[in-house]
Write a protein that binds this ligand. Structure first.
Ligand SMILES: [Zn+2]
Length: 100
């Protein structure tokens, strides 16, 4: 298979991923307890377990020193995770579509 064909299939799969699918994916991530969005540093991905306490609204990453607002940091992490999942999904759909 040529790279050109691969790219065409991939971009088609990405453009076909609708916003409702994207929203559904976000909801899946939000309810997933395995994804500790508020504990992860959105700058360096360091997991800071002390952020588990809901009283802690702002924190500094012990690894890279970035200052975080708890909710904004969690939102950035959720967006990053959603994009990662969307990309994986589009890739698997694209390769499935291209083999038939
Ligand atoms: Zn960090």
């Amino acid at each position: 298979m040529s790279n050109m064909l691969k790219n065409r299939c991939l971009s088609k799969a990405i453009s076909e991923a609708s916003w409702s699918e994207f929203r559904n994916m976000l909801e899946v991530i939000v309810v997933s307890k395995a994804f500790a969005s508020s504990q992860l540093c959105s700058a360096c991905s360091h997991q800071h377990k002390e952020v588990k306490s809901l009283a802690l609204r702002q924190w500094n990453c012990p690894s890279c020193g970035t200052h975080h607002d708890r909710d904004i940091n969690a939102a950035i992490n959720l967006k990053k995770e959603a994009l990662r999942m969307l990309k994986l999904d589009a890739l698997s759909e694209a390769s499935a579509a291209c083999t038939t």
